[in-house]
Design a protein around this ligand. Structure first.
Ligand code: IMP
Ligand code: MG
Length: 180
């Protein structure tokens, strides 16, 4: 375990089991649909890489970059679209892949944006959900695991762009949050 991590919340093995369970559900639900899997960069990159390889269907992938957090652990509430999808959205069944839903503002914004662009359907798959912090009323369709109100890092999740490459998910020490 890295010295900045207070405790491991989800081990590599546990993550693998969660991803397999989500992949099975998605495979069943999207069998007869025109799926595009859309990752929100950068947090979803590790999760999405594992998830898409466990789904036994052929589908294109795409990415959106938005920002809400900037630096630190508190949400500003404003969502900016930094990079849009490159594939056409109209009539497609979009599955947004996210690392963690916190206030829900990012997903609320992105989901509405894709519906305005005439997607046939827009669903959300998140690895982690922090429901106690929800501010926007956005429906999450696939959730890997509900987590407590601590700041977590690893497996794609960062704090000031650090810790994304940890293979497990851990609670970041308060000491590291206060220092920066
Ligand atoms: P929301 O719009 O407030 O739901 O923001 C969600 C985004 O905030 C996620 O995609 C993450 O990038 C970031 N975030 C929220 N909670 C955490 C956390 O505990 N660790 C790392 N990133 C987080
Ligand atoms: Mg994110």
């Amino acid at each position: 375990m890295h010295k900045d991590i207070e405790s491991v919340l989800v081990s590599e093995k546990e993550i693998e089991n969660i991803v397999n369970t989500l992949a099975k559900k998605i495979e069943k639900d999207y069998n007869d649909k025109d799926l595009i899997m859309v990752g929100l960069l950068k947090g979803s990159v590790v999760f999405m890489s594992d998830l898409m390889r466990k789904i036994n269907l052929l589908f294109p992938i795409d990415f959106i970059v938005s920002s809400i957090y900037g630096r630190g652990t508190e949400s500003s509430g404003r969502v900016n679209l930094i990079k849009d999808m490159s594939l056409p959205v109209e009539n497609k069944d979009i599955l947004i892949v996210e690392d963690i839903v916190d206030s829900g503002r990012t997903l609320d914004f992105i989901k509405n944006y894709l519906l305005v662009k005439r997607a046939n359907s827009v669903r959300i798959c998140t690895l982690f959900d922090k429901p106690v912090r929800r501010a926007a009323d956005v429906a999450v369709d696939y959730t890997g695991m509900t987590v407590p109100d601590s700041f977590i890092v690893g497996y794609g999740l960062d704090y000031n762009e650090k810790y994304r490459n940890l293979p497990y998910v851990g609670i970041l020490s308060d000491r590291c949050i206060k220092q920066s």
